[in-house]
Design a protein around this ligand. Structure first.
Ligand SMILES: C[S@@+](CC[C@H](N)C(=O)[O-])C[C@H]1O[C@@H](n2cnc3c(N)ncnc32)[C@H](O)[C@@H]1O
Length: 257
């Protein structure tokens, strides 16, 4: 249960993100690419509805038609209220769960994966776009981003003692990399969630990402230069992003049989 103070603070954040989105062309270009990557990984719509968890400002609406937007803090543009660990749906009823910058904000990532294994149909997918901690992104995320980054945690343990007092925007940007960016994390995940099979983990997004200014600032480069940087980085081979990547896309399939 979210307190009234946290609810109002979260709604104000959504509004700030919507304004930044409208004002920042570089951000819109990046998100169009990243939601495009998510859309390509969605399964056959006949499997069941696609639900986004933690939709916040609702940016997905323009990129994935038919996606149902939800969040733990309801806004007028959402289709419903839902907490990642308590989805208001029947067992094996969903085709896909989409999360964009949400896993690393959850007070209990493991409870979310248990709930996803229950709610997804056989062949249903979790598709997540999350921060990736690489040698280049580490200093940017650690010292120049308002969210915390703590490497020495167990990503499958509860992340806070009292979830009711947690700001929904608080998080640990290392959680996705600790879970899916290393062999040891992947092996632990496979053992803990036997029906959830990790299909792919892609790393992408170089310096054009921080150079966009994100939701807090204007782009650090004139748009013409930013476009050049973005175009140049998109030509790099995928292995380079293990070193310079700021983002990862994780695709997981629920295989019940
Ligand atoms: C960084 S925002 C990302 C918002 C949006 N996906 C985007 O990329 O613009 C994280 C979102 O996760 C939501 N959230 C945090 N904990 C949640 C939970 N347990 N269940 C559902 N949503 C949650 C927050 O309210 C917030 O909207």
């Amino acid at each position: 249960m979210i307190t009234e103070e946290l609810r109002l603070r979260t709604l104000a954040r959504y509004e700030r993100h919507r304004e930044a989105w409208g004002a920042n062309e570089a951000l819109r270009i990046l998100y169009a690419e990243w939601y495009g990557r998510i859309a390509k990984q969605l399964p056959d719509p006949a499997l069941g509805p696609f639900i986004e968890i933690g939709s916040g400002p609702g940016l997905a609406r323009s990129f994935i038609p038919g996606l149902k937007l939800t969040d733990i803090v309801l806004a007028s543009w959402h289709d419903g209220e839902a907490s990642a660990d308590r989805l208001p749906v029947a067992d094996a009823s969903l085709g896909a769960l989409v999360l964009f910058d949400v896993l690393h904000h959850l007070s209990s990532p493991a409870s979310f994966f248990d709930e996803a294994a229950r709610a997804l149909a056989d062949g249903g997918r979790i598709v997540m776009c999350e921060p990736y901690v690489s040698p280049v992104s580490f200093p940017a995320y650690k010292w120049f981003h308002p969210e915390s980054l703590v490497l020495g945690v167990d990503p499958l343990a509860d992340q806070v003692e009292d979830p009711s007092g947690k700001d929904p925007f608080d998080g640990n940007q290392a959680i996705p990399m600790l879970t899916f960016g290393r062999k040891v994390g992947l092996a632990r995940f496979a053992k803990r969630f036997p029906t959830l099979v990790v299909r792919s983990v892609e790393r992408f997004a170089g310096l054009a990402h921080p150079a966009s200014g994100g939701f807090g600032r204007s782009p650090f480069l004139p748009m013409a230069l930013w476009r050049l940087l973005y175009a140049a980085e998109r030509r790099l081979p995928s292995w380079v992003y293990r070193l310079i990547g700021f983002r990862m896309l994780i695709v997981i399939e629920n295989r019940k049989h």
